[in-house]
Design a protein around this ligand. Structure first.
Ligand code: HEC
Length: 438
């Protein structure tokens, strides 16, 4: 991993979230963990992103500024669609919930218990009235954008469903599953029309071209094209080194973008076998892609918590989107020779340590020693921490990482992570004491 020494810790911490506006169309930095979903509003002015850090961020795209951080999910948030009115969005995550948001409000407008397992993808119907969700409970489902009610559920997948997309005429739903099979369903009567096989492993992403051809991306590194009328595979290309994670079709329908676990974004022309551009974001796996409505820019959601913007015509990064990996403040703060600091890199994406560092996915750890659990003002704790009598000390923090948050604070939304070695815990606690004590 390459570190960028010039990125001073202080400047990053002081800049904070709202002030991270730089050049127009720069990258979007604000999440505290991998970004899993990205969508752009119809007016092209706003974007919504979702992250492993449990949060949803509403961005002003032209200024690269976070306008609101929305908390409502109780787990990683994987998918987002902006509704056609441009005033609402729906998000879904590992908590199986489908949450509707109205821009300007900080509380969810509606929370729907949508799947019995994690939801990994959402898509909007061509008329904008229906949302399709893909779940790891082995089902896909359709929801009304008007009132969030369930319209239909498609079962009969033998495995996790990774994506669900509407045909351009709105009469069919295609689903992609972990078993490598693409299934085509008739929306009018819910009947399974066809199974399309060919992918060797999991199918991760689907997208229709306007002419009705279906594109699929899989863990077998390929993007394939299908004639859904006959079920035939009509073309295939090796798109990435490793699994293809997402596909987005350009608004004019003449090309598409693919993102992969190899950290690359590739831009393709619909009929050509070689990519037009290969964009190296250096942010690790690219989990999600979206075009702006004018087709001029591509947004790529990165594993390093950053959303990068690219010029779709030239393949050039916009703002500071290319170049070296951007490390979070906490990572940069870690002097490599200090073991505790090195271990704290696991915490840094979600926790700051200074008085003015603010909250990320987790509350600031400033003054953590002697602090009662769940008491940072303004941070949306889970009831588990709000109701806890724990006072954080070397011992109780140590417990958190031997027994795990699920035992020490049952119901906590801090993800499970254990430090099994005593020396690692000691080093972490010594480091925390040093950097969090006021
Ligand atoms: C992916 C995000 C994430 C990571 C990584 C993470 N935490 Fe947390 N942490 C949270 C969240 C979210 C909460 C609040 C939990 C709640 O409200 O239930 C939290 C709460 C805490 C608390 C209790 C704070 C309080 O005010 O009561 C401590 C202490 C803590 N984390 C320490 C750590 C340490 C040390 C690490 C690294 C070894 C770490 N966390 C890694 C997300 C994270």
């Amino acid at each position: 991993m390459v570190f960028r020494p010039v990125l001073s810790v202080l400047s990053v911490l002081i800049l904070g979230l709202s002030a991270l506006s730089s050049a127009a169309y720069a990258q979007l930095s604000g999440h505290g963990g991998p970004v899993r979903g990205v969508a752009v509003a119809p007016d092209g002015q706003r974007a919504v992103t979702t992250s492993f850090d449990y949060s949803v961020i509403l961005w002003s795209l032209d200024r690269g500024e976070a306008n609101a951080i929305l908390h409502g999910h109780e787990a990683a948030v994987n998918a987002v669609v902006v509704l056609p009115d441009g005033q609402r969005a729906a998000t879904a995550g590992d908590d199986g919930k489908l949450i509707f948001w109205r821009f300007g409000d900080t509380q969810p407008a509606r929370v729907v218990e949508a799947h019995a397992g994690r939801i990994v993808a959402l898509t909007l119907s061509p008329d904008g009235k229906v949302i399709a969700s893909a779940g790891w409970d082995g089902s896909a489902a359709l929801w009304s954008t008007a009132d969030g009610s369930l319209i239909q559920r498609f079962e009969g997948h033998q495995s996790n469903v990774n994506d669900a997309v509407f045909s351009p005429d709105g009469t069919m739903l295609a689903t992609a599953a972990y078993d490598g099979i693409i299934r085509l369903w008739n929306l009018a009567d819910g009947r399974l029309l066809r199974e399309m096989t060919g992918h060797e492993f999991s199918v991760n992403a689907l997208a229709y071209l306007p002419d009705g051809a279906l594109l699929s991306g899989g863990s077998d590194e390929t993007v394939r094209r299908w004639n859904t009328a006959t079920g035939e595979e009509t073309s295939r290309r090796i798109a990435h080194k490793g699994p293809v994670l997402d596909i987005a079709v350009a608004p004019d329908g003449k090309g598409f973008a693919s993102g992969g676990i190899d950290g690359m974004v590739r831009l393709w022309k619909a009929g050509e076998e070689k990519p037009v551009h290969a964009l190296a974001g250096r942010g690790g796996p690219v989990w999600a892609l979206a075009y702006t409505p004018d087709g001029k820019r591509v947004l790529a959601a990165g594993n390093d918590s950053v959303v990068r913007l690219w010029d779709a015509a030239t393949g050039q990064p916009l703002g500071d989107s290319g170049g070296e990996p951007v490390e979070t403040a906490a990572v940069t703060a870690a002097a490599p020779q200090d073991k505790g600091a090195a271990i704290f890199r696991r915490c840094g994406p979600c926790h700051t340590v200074t008085a003015d560092g603010g909250n990320r996915a987790g509350p600031t750890l400033h003054g953590i020693f002697g602090r009662k659990a769940g008491t940072v003002e303004g941070y949306p704790y889970s009831p588990a921490l709000l109701d806890s009598d724990i006072v954080w000390t070397a011992e109780t923090i140590g417990d958190l990482f031997t027994k795990g948050p699920d035992v020490v604070t049952p119901g906590s939304k801090m993800p499970l992570q254990k430090l099994v070695r005593q020396e690692d815990r000691d080093a972490l606690i010594a480091y925390l004491r040093q950097v969090t004590t006021p």
